[in-house]
Design a protein around this ligand. Sequence first.
Ligand SMILES: Nc1ncnc2c1ncn2[C@@H]1O[C@H](COP(=O)(O)OP(=O)(O)OP(=O)(O)O)[C@@H](O)[C@H]1O
Ligand SMILES: [Mg+2]
Length: 315
Amino acid sequence: MTRWDQARQLLGFRARESTRVREKSSRAGPVREAVRTPAEPRSSGAGSICVVSGKGGTGKSSVSASLAALLARRGRTLLLDADLGCANAHILQDVHPEHTFADVIAGRVEMESIVTPCANGVELLAGGSGFASLAGLKAFELEMIGRGLQRLEPSYDHLVVDSAAGLSRQTVAFASACDASLLITTPDVTAMTDAYAFLKVFVRQCAAQGIARPMPYLVVNRAQSEEEAKQVARRLQNVVSKFLGARIELLAVLPDDRAALRAIQRRSAVVDSEPESELSRAIVTLSCGVAARLAHTETQAAGARLAMAAHGRSC
Ligand SMILES: Nc1ncnc2c1ncn2[C@@H]1O[C@H](COP(=O)(O)OP(=O)(O)OP(=O)(O)O)[C@@H](O)[C@H]1O
Ligand SMILES: [Mg+2]
């Protein structure tokens, strides 16, 4: 049985608890070097957080929209829709951006021209929909986005990146460019398996580029109960520890709540449309956790890192 099969078996709820997997300590070495606990005081610039998942539909855009809305109450906040080609963050902000990344890539406008102000104070960089080429940008195009972001960042306190599902080089580049990431999973075994797959690619890519990033913080979304979420977290933590030699922190549990659905129908972030809902209260707690962690993380320009990562280099 391959290591990947073993990891999948451990994540499955029907997997036998007695399964024993021997891990060679040498395999965990480079990964340990690639991750660190944020401890240094924050230096300057926008604190950046990338919202990721392996599987689609886990709630990345919903969480990003609310997180950005809450962070915008603390300081100037830029929401970057990195689901390029299938972008929909503008829907949850109820705006109709005149220009998107598609125009930047085509050389029609500068990045500054695609910033769209939203009613809740968030400023959006819209991703552009219906352009398949955006989902697989060439290195120089990704670098172009990185350089544009680098110019914008100093004017902001927070940068929230709503990423595409999956493990594409582009998606992982955005995650590794940010100061920290939120890994969203639901209790579905498939979502958990894909979350682990994301972590595996993330730590390998960081190690390959020789960059140190905190391990993504785990968020269990659509949980039926606290206990269910903790069980999901324990399983992932166990597998990540065994196979990647790393630790992941459960940062938040978000309940399954139809308020999420209603928010999308109203084209709003749930924290704006139903602030008293159980889900909104949980996202407020999450945003406090994010702000606290970013405050103790050395922030660097995500745009500069993205530009370097586009060519597989670190900075
Ligand atoms: N806590 C929740 N409770 C109930 N439904 C939720 C919750 N969070 C998200 N959803 C629903 O899940 C669906 C997917 O949400 P969302 O679009 O935010 O996911 P996503 O990860 O951004 O998807 P994609 O990978 O396609 O970008 C939406 O219908 C949303 O209303
Ligand atoms: Mg999305």
